[in-house]
Design a protein around this ligand. Structure first.
Ligand code: NA7
Length: 561
């Protein structure tokens, strides 16, 4: 059946929301390996999730390409060739579209369907899901594969609606692009996105004004084309690369040096930082094992980057404004860049320090700060996302007994392992708050979650069960564990971090991702499964006995026998 012509409303075993890395893999795993009927609902008009939307100038992944892809399939791994050390947004979209074709996923993906509501129907034992397009769907299991950074945050700055120029948020960048050549462009935000975008915008625009609230650390990415030798090495060493990725706390293909920054002589330490700076990338964070756990160790890295900023930026006053002092390096998500600090040496770039010169309002002509008006033709918001909880909350989920997710999470997200929420039976949240998610290389976290869900459904089927719900005690215990894991690091020291929800006014301040490391998290999840899904209540519904359950149907799946 051609895409888009599938009848809506039929009862599915599984509905997946989102067709990014998570949703595509969930469809493949549950449909092709487990034999379930699965439909994916995707708001966008194409697959790709975050990479469908993030098309801003300079949009590129900060994970190295050979680690930012599916690893579950030897064939996919060998067949796809990445061209650059860090994949650009077009290349990642090409990759995910290729995967969708290669695994024949499109026939079960309904594009252009934004979920507006999902409600658990206890009597029927089904999730009932509505889309903005007026469709109704029902499924036994609901998988939220909506990503962590898909709900754009546009700050409510007075006068925004009066601006006569063009406005764009980086995370909802228009497909046709935004004309920047010869324009006066304002860029608000200096997180990973603003830091990637600024150098590229500066090259195109007549003038770029960067509005900075918090100065940020950044390390050069040193992006470059991949050599044929490296690509060959990647093709032939999947097992070893995966072994490293699965053993490290962040799921990257490199391990931290097993040495404290305070154990080495200053000259040696400096040489190691210089080498890491020259190599570039997130690996800088792994120069020593205690950069994220010991403030004195961290100071050595933070000071090194501050010195680099002063060396690169020619105007001392601009360098001072760009130098971060209010948080340790990597306590916020550490950006990597291609010429960010150098951009401020260009004659067509101005930095506005919003701490000294705050925005008063947006005017029809531009942005007015305390010191005066900055005339603009284009205003770019690189102001991030209502991260982690935002994408789930906007699904308007209602669980058992009319409990809404907004109510359940009024004081911050509560979940068991970031995978399931008490009161919301048969709902799984891929890379949900409370799991390592954004603290890791995302595909590693995604594959681990999808495979855990797949195993769970397989084992439920084997045991004749079709209902699973996280227990409140388990979620409470896990909440304490997530908090303790964060407290054991320097991560909570960044007051303005989106990990804490601090970037969205009114959002509860709770450290959301699990900071105990991907390897430890994986082991915990395995243990929970091995103990018969500890912390979950499992049950068998009357549907099964009536022959309508997904679970015991032996004709269903390739492995059902
Ligand atoms: P981030 O990291 O949340 O950065 C957003 C930036 O926007 C950051 O510099 C914020 O300053 C700034 N911001 C947010 N609200 C305002 C207002 N009201 N006024 C001025 N400046 C503001 O988002 P990104 O898109 O850069 O990165 C998100 C993730 O995507 C990234 O970490 C990768 O994982 C991929 P603040 O620091 O809050 O003072």
């Amino acid at each position: 059946m051609p895409e888009g012509s599938m009848p809506a409303g039929g009862e599915q075993d599984v509905l997946v929301i989102g067709a990014g890395f998570s949703g595509l893999y969930a469809l493949h795993a549950l449909r092709d390996r487990l034999g379930l009927s699965v439909t994916v609902l995707e708001a966008a008009d194409g697959v790709g999730g975050t990479w469908h939307w993030n098309r801003y100038p300079g949009a590129r992944c900060d994970s190295e390409s050979h680690s930012y892809c599916y690893a579950f399939s030897e064939e996919l791994w060998r067949e796809w060739e990445w061209t650059e050390r860090y994949p650009g947004h077009e290349e990642i979209r090409r990759y995910l579209n290729w995967v969708a074709d290669r695994l024949d996923l499109r026939r079960d993906i309904r594009l252009g369907r934004r979920v507006t509501e999902a409600r658990w129907d206890e009597a029927a034992g089904l999730w009932r899901v509505a889309t903005e397009q007026g469709e109704r769907h029902a499924a036994r299991f609901l998988i939220a594969a909506v990503g962590c950074l898909s709900s754009a945050n546009i700050p409510a700055i007075e006068g925004l609606e009066s601006f006569q120029g063009r406005v764009a948020h980086t995370g909802e960048w228009p497909r046709e692009g935004v004309e920047l050549a010869g324009r006066r462009v304002g860029l608000i935000g200096t997180g990973s996105t603003g830091i990637q975008a600024a150098p590229v915008i500066a090259e195109q625009a007549a003038h770029l004004t960067v509005f900075q609230r918090t100065p940020n650390y950044s390390v050069p990415a040193r992006n470059a084309p991949l050599s044929p030798e490296f690509r060959q090495w990647v093709r032939e060493n999947r097992a070893e690369i995966l072994r490293v990725m699965h053993a490290t706390p962040n799921g990257h293909p490199f391990a931290a040096r097993d040495q404290s920054a305070l154990e080495v002589e200053p000259a040696e330490r400096e040489a190691l930082y210089e080498a890491a700076w020259a190599r570039g990338g997130m690996q800088f964070r792994a120069t020593f094992r205690d950069i994220l756990t010991d403030k004195a160790a961290n100071d050595t890295a933070s000071d090194f980057i501050r010195r680099k900023i002063r060396e690169i930026v020619q105007d001392p006053e601009t360098a001072r404004k760009l130098t971060p002092t209010d948080h340790p390096y990597a306590a916020k998500r550490p950006p990597i860049d291609s010429g960010y600090f150098e951009t401020f040496n260009r004659p067509n770039v101005t930095l506005v320090d919003l701490r000294e010169d705050p925005i008063e309002r947006i005017t029809p002509r531009g942005v007015r700060t305390r010191s005066g008006e900055h005339a603009l033709d284009v205003l770019v918001f690189a102001t991030g996302f209502d991260a982690l909880t935002g994408p789930l909350l906007r699904l308007n989920l209602t669980g058992r007994e009319g409990l809404t997710l907004a109510e359940a999470w009024r004081e911050g997200p509560r979940s068991w392992l970031g995978l399931a929420v008490p009161g919301f039976p048969n709902l799984f949240t891929v890379t949900g708050p409370g799991s390592p998610s954004v603290l890791t290389n995302m595909p590693v976290a995604i594959e681990q979650h999808v495979e855990w869900i797949e195993r769970c459904l397989r084992e439920m089927r084997a045991r004749g069960l079709d209902r699973i719900e996280a227990r409140a005690e388990a979620a409470a215990r896990w909440g304490a564990e997530v908090n303790a894991a964060a407290q054991a690091t320097l991560l909570p020291m960044a007051a303005s971090s989106w990990y804490l929800g601090a970037n969205v006014p009114g959002k509860p301040r709770v450290f959301m991702p699990y900071a105990g490391g991907m390897a430890r998290y994986r082991a915990l999840c395995e243990e929970v499964a091995a103990k018969g899904y500890e912390g979950f209540a499992l049950a068998r519904s009357a549907r099964i006995d009536a022959g309508r359950g997904v679970v015991p149907n032996p004709a269903h799946g390739p492995d059902a026998a």
